[in-house]
Design a binder for this molecule. Structure first.
Ligand SMILES: Cc1ncc(COP(=O)(O)O)c(C=O)c1O
Length: 207
């Protein structure tokens, strides 16, 4: 029997591209603090800003206004969005969260955490194709809605939601819009400006 392995789990994680590996190894020698003013610090800053603008290009985001934040990945990014909602919801008038029943566990758990903290949280059901029901979404949206969080592409069945339309509905009620685009970035065209979302989360190891 052959020992050849065929790896078919790219939605879970992907092998490192040789060019990325080469760059990462080279940048390990850029050890300076990127906030330092000296030559090495400026070199480190320039490497970070170069990476930031490349990610920006991938998702149609203008990175000039510090709008792109690096984290350890999708889980930390999603948790950061929900932790932000915890603070906004406690100090403001809005606290309703609308998400879907088919989000990644890092979103589902963060949403359930807010629920335990007393936030009204709704998990939209999906049809046989994994699509949310826009009428259900519209019926839940109101002036108390703080966040609508719907993933762009599902990690198990690949359903792609109509994020542009969902964001339009959310914005019409003054709610914030988040999309977990972890399974979309690098796989389908993704333009966060055109989608008009407030938060989009990505993960480098899925690309
Ligand atoms: C849709 C989705 N969101 C978030 C994550 C978590 O990303 P990470 O592994 O970078 O924390 C995954 C990973 O499987 C995912 O598929």
């Amino acid at each position: 029997m052959s020992n050849r392995i065929v790896y078919m789990d790219y939605n879970a994680t992907t092998p490192l591209h040789p060019l990325v590996k080469e760059l990462m190894i080279r940048e390990l020698d850029t050890y300076a603090n990127a906030s330092s003013m000296h030559e090495l610090g400026r070199r480190a800053r320039s490497a970070i800003e170069d990476a930031r603008s490349k990610v920006g290009m991938l998702i149609g985001e203008d990175t000039a206004h510090n709008s792109l934040i690096f984290t350890s990945g999708g889980s930390e990014s999603n948790n950061t969005v929900f932790a932000t909602m915890f603070h906004l919801g406690r100090s403001g008038k809005r606290n309703k969260i609308i998400t879907t029943a088919i989000e990644h566990p890092c979103v589902l758990n963060a949403a359930m955490w807010l629920q335990r903290e007393g936030f009204p949280v709704h998990f939209l059901k999906v049809d046989a194709h994994g699509k949310i029901d826009m009428d259900e979404l519209e019926s839940l949206l109101d002036d108390s809605t703080l966040l609508v969080s719907v993933m762009t592409a599902n990690n198990e069945i690949g359903t792609i939601q109509d994020i542009k339309r969902i964001a339009e509905l959310a914005k019409a009620k003054g709610a914030l819009m988040h999309t977990d685009a972890t399974q979309a970035a690098g796989k389908i065209p993704l333009n966060v400006k055109a989608l008009d979302v407030d938060y989009a989360t990505l993960s480098c190891h899925k690309i």
